[in-house]
Design a protein around this ligand. Structure first.
Ligand SMILES: *Cc1c(COP(=O)(O)O)cnc(C)c1O
Length: 409
């Protein structure tokens, strides 16, 4: 008799984004002809740059000819692509080797899959609020107890609250945990931790032989040169951190799909020698994954070349100008906002003690603007609201006009 993985039943009802879609669709049904502006899901909106397109076209053309055709490629990704990543990290002052890079189909799959190389008994800690993938994949793997709907959290996970009091960056847990997920710049709060703040976690991880899964999906949005673009800029990180990143947000690859994980040779768990975890991840990827598309990798090679990086920096600037427009308008309205200066997310403190979903409904009803309720990212997100800077400039401006004119606060 076939049986399902019962852990799926533990997942809390209504994953955030489907719930937003449900409410939005029902609003549009009740208000036909309404034009809703979506500053909700962090999805890119601007077309790929011309150089990346050239690379993608070239990727297709290479397959058309018997002399340049390729089938399955290197399981860790094209060497050229990994060499360009080595160059990128060198600009941050970080030395990594091509053998430590694993090209993938995105940061979300890597963030979800990485837990599978660690034992079921590992204790997990996450920032609260957090990108939902870290928690949900550990629920599915069976590392947690049940969801407690009253508290809005799972038994068996250590939540590290990120609140206004701690400037939205937590202290490490006061007990031993084994795997720690950090997202920096943070989604959803839009705040970016400093090297000193991350160093405290690295010291904790080394003292407890824990491993940090460091999601740097928004590193390219950092403007302040003192803030870390890679965790390996901080001493000791190569012994305790796996870094995950992708071209999704920085080069508009959300639908194209290309990411990478860095698993340093120096990384160790309690029961491994250096190099063993790198081999485990190789084994995992070679078993479950046959490599990123060769067409897309060619696009990635162009995206990571000097011309490609220059063009994506312009795209990042475009989104960051949106962030400034949103941020400043909300401040002018007297609202308290965080983030949006080194990341594309604005974390709004909801006025008048309203809860996150109440504000979602109010904003939709009064302004037809969509955002994301902070409580959907964890209990400490209650009372907050995330606005995304991914959108066409005209839409962002219209959204801001509507908020100024129609939001009754
Ligand atoms: C968007 C995002 C990603 C990117 O995922 P991809 O699979 O590369 O598209 C990863 N982590 C966070 C926190 C994100 O917001």
């Amino acid at each position: 008799m076939a049986k399902i993985n019962l852990n799926y039943r533990k997942l809390s009802a209504g994953y955030l984004f489907p719930e937003i879609a449900r409410r939005t669709n029902s609003f549009i049904e009740q208000n036909p002809g309404t034009e809703v502006i979506r500053l909700g899901i962090g999805n890119t909106t601007e077309p790929l740059t011309s150089y990346v397109l050239e690379g993608l076209h070239k990727g297709v053309d290479l397959l058309s000819n018997v002399a340049t055709y390729t089938g399955y490629g290197d399981g860790q990704g094209r060497l050229k692509l990994r060499e360009l990543l080595v160059d990128l990290y060198a600009e941050y002052g970080v030395a990594i080797d091509t053998s430590e890079i694993f090209v993938s189909d995105g940061a979300k799959p890597d963030a979800g899959n990485i837990q599978s190389i660690f034992g079921i008994e590992n204790e997990i800690a996450v920032q609260d609020p957090a990108y939902p993938v870290y928690v949900d994949t550990n629920v599915i793997a069976g590392r947690t107890g049940a969801f407690n709907p009253e508290l809005g959290l799972y038994e068996g996970i250590t939540y590290m609250p990120c609140t206004e009091e701690n400037h939205f960056f937590p202290a490490p847990p006061d007990k031993k945990v084994d795997l720690i997920y950090l997202c920096n710049p943070n989604n959803p709060t839009g705040l970016t931790a400093t090297k000193d703040q991350i160093k405290i976690f690295i010291d904790y991880a080394r003292a407890h032989k824990s491993i940090i899964i460091y999601d740097a999906a928004y590193a390219a949005f950092i403007k302040d040169s003192d803030l870390p673009r890679s965790v390996y800029e901080i001493e000791g990180a190569d012994k305790c951190c796996i870094e995950i990143n992708s071209l999704s947000k920085s080069a508009g690859f959300t639908g194209v799909r290309l990411g990478w994980a860095i698993v340093p040779k120096n990384l160790v768990a309690e029961d491994t020698t250096p190099g063993e975890i790198n081999k485990l991840w190789n084994r995992r990827q070679c078993t479950f994954f046959n490599g990123a598309s060769n067409i897309i990798q060619q696009g990635g090679i162009y995206a990571l070349s000097p011309q490609g990086l220059k063009e994506s920096a312009e795209m990042v600037n475009y989104y960051m100008e949106n962030a400034t427009i949103i941020r400043e308008a909300l401040i002018q309205l007297g609202m308290t906002v965080f983030g949006g200066d080194n990341s594309p997310y604005i974390w709004l403190k909801i006025p008048n003690q309203m809860d996150s979903w109440e504000f979602f409904n109010k904003l939709l009803k009064e302004t037809r603007v969509l955002g994301t309720p902070g409580s959907g990212f964890g209990p400490s997100g209650q009372g907050y609201f995330r606005l995304s800077a991914f959108g066409h400039r005209e839409d962002v401006k219209t959204a801001i006009e509507r908020i100024k004119r129609n939001l009754d606060i």
